[in-house]
Design a protein around this ligand. Structure first.
Ligand code: UDP
Length: 476
């Protein structure tokens, strides 16, 4: 319905508008995808919210800068002083669906002709969490592809939400087996199913069928309406789940892990799109530690824990005797981080522990001093650890993390899943196991070797990126 004009000569130019759900994990992942598209010669408009673009702008260097790229932003519809924290995700979803959606529609309409040296937008890649972004694009005549930044195993589980509810298997946390997710009958338990975020320190069995989870289920089904689905995963890691998903989608591209697939496969070439300022002072501290002697602890960008939980983690880590590098975001501990920092100092001191607000995580995981990763099993973190062959200890907070951690423990055997148990003895035992088990380390390293093959030239993910670029060009 549109006839894009050429940006140079007579050749029509493919121009993709990349629109992430405005949270750190989603931005990172779609940022890597944008880098891959730019590398392939496409034009990219990366769409932030005004709020996030302002936060990024405080970075010393521009996150991405090159002539075929433009960064634009739309309002997210929330007041500037709104916390935008995990407890308020529904506010963000509602305001993006209304104010955000209207601004996005206007922006797409305005992008139908050449502007500021950029050709018209010819395709949208929208975060599948925002079903409206696919619908609006198609309504104004721009073909839309859905991108889900989570694992294929969690996508498949969300795809099965209706069935899980019918079977009464969702979401009660217990060890009972789940039969409603195809291909996972042998090992998935009810406590591995996605859960809504819970207030810090709350009991683990207080979750009902949360509307947010039902909504995620609906969004996931809706991705079948898009021209295709992109997942940040690789066939070697998640072949069985990908095979189950494929019949429900028009096409599926498995292009991960994107933080390396965007480059040569030997190092991370994509710059970060961090909303926090990274403290890279911890790299020198790591240089002073012996190989595989440090536990890296990070619970991602959204997790909130109570002071009691912090104390359990801390005591468990201290008891292992291993040094640890801890990411303690300013908004991570309910009640503030001042007492938490004092607690770390009292219990272990500078020699055993280093605390930062935000770490250059991919560099940390690549450092030889890191022996294991205590993580919330967010999908980006899981992929980053997998690519570096670092064993994991998973303590999960919400959403897809609960499934990812089960796969880490039971399917890939690259780590230990403590799920939602925050107890110092459990933490100590799991960390020791991840640091010391030759079996876990061997599985983690084998996975890392395979992922390197996947993203290298001719590998499955690298071929999928090429197929995706051709698919986008064919939309012209
Ligand atoms: N991250 C980082 N520094 C930190 C903690 C996290 O750069 O100190 C990055 C991490 O590398 C990952 C992202 O933040 O790319 C977190 O995404 P993930 O999907 O793991 O979890 P979420 O934050 O969405 O819960």
């Amino acid at each position: 319905t549109r006839s894009p004009t050429a940006s140079a000569g007579m050749e029509p130019a493919a121009h993709v508008l990349v629109f992430p759900w405005p949270l750190q994990g989603h931005i990172n992942c779609m940022h890597h995808l944008a880098t891959a598209l730019l590398d392939a010669g496409l034009h990219v408009t990366f769409l932030h919210t005004h709020h996030n673009l302002r936060r990024l702008a405080t970075k010393p260097a521009p996150a991405l800068s090159q002539p075929r790229l433009r960064l634009l932003s739309i309002p997210d519809g929330l007041p500037e002083d709104h916390p935008r924290s995990v407890a308020h995700l529904n506010d963000l979803m509602d305001s993006m669906r209304t104010t955000g959606s209207a601004a996005y529609r206007a922006l797409l309409l305005a992008s139908s002709s050449n502007k500021d040296g950029h050709p018209p937008v010819t395709c949208v890649i929208a975060d599948g969490v925002m079903a409206f972004a696919v619908d609006v694009a198609e309504e104004v005549g721009v073909p839309a592809i859905a991108f889900r930044t989570a694992s294929a195993c969690s996508f498949l589980t969300y795809l099965s939400v209706r069935r899980l509810v019918e079977l009464g298997e969702f979401p009660f946390p217990s060890d009972q087996p789940v039969s409603g997710v195809p291909g996972m009958e042998g090992f998935l338990r009810r406590r591995d199913l996605p859960r809504a975020p819970r207030p810090a320190g709350s009991a683990t069995d207080d979750c009902g069928v949360d509307p947010m989870l039902l909504n995620m289920g609906e969004c996931t089904v809706h991705s079948g309406e898009a021209r295709a689905l992109i997942l940040n995963t690789s066939a070697s890691m998640e072949g069985p789940a990908l095979a189950q998903i494929a019949p429900h989608m028009r096409d599926v591209f498995s292009v991960g892990p994107l933080h390396v697939a965007a480059g040569t496969g030997t190092k991370s070439t994509a710059p970060t799109a961090s909303l926090w300022r990274e403290d890279d002072g911890c790299m020198a501290w790591l240089d002073g530690q012996q190989d595989r002697s440090v536990v890296y602890v990070s619970l991602g960008s959204l997790t909130v824990i109570s002071e009691e939980q912090l104390a359990e983690f801390l005591s468990g880590l201290a008891a292992t005797g291993y040094a640890f590098l801890w990411v303690l975001r300013p908004d991570m501990v309910a009640g503030g981080t001042t007492t938490s920092l004092a607690a770390v100092k009292t219990l272990v001191g500078e020699k055993q522990a280093r605390v930062v607000h935000w770490a250059p995580q991919r560099d940390v995981l690549r450092h030889p001093a890191v022996g294991c990763f205590l993580t919330h099993a967010g999908w980006n973190s899981t992929l980053e650890a997998a690519y570096e062959g670092v064993p994991m200890v998973c303590w999960t907070f919400f959403g897809d993390q609960l499934i990812n951690s089960r796969f880490v423990d039971t399917v890939w055997r690259t780590g230990v899943d403590i799920k939602d148990v925050c107890d110092k003895a459990v933490v100590e035992k799991a960390v020791r196991e991840a640091m010391e088990s030759a079996e876990i380390r061997a599985a983690a390293q084998a996975m890392a070797r395979q992922l390197r093959l996947d993203v290298a030239d001719g590998g499955s993910s690298s071929s999928e990126i090429k197929r995706l670029v051709a698919f986008i060009r064919d939309l012209l």
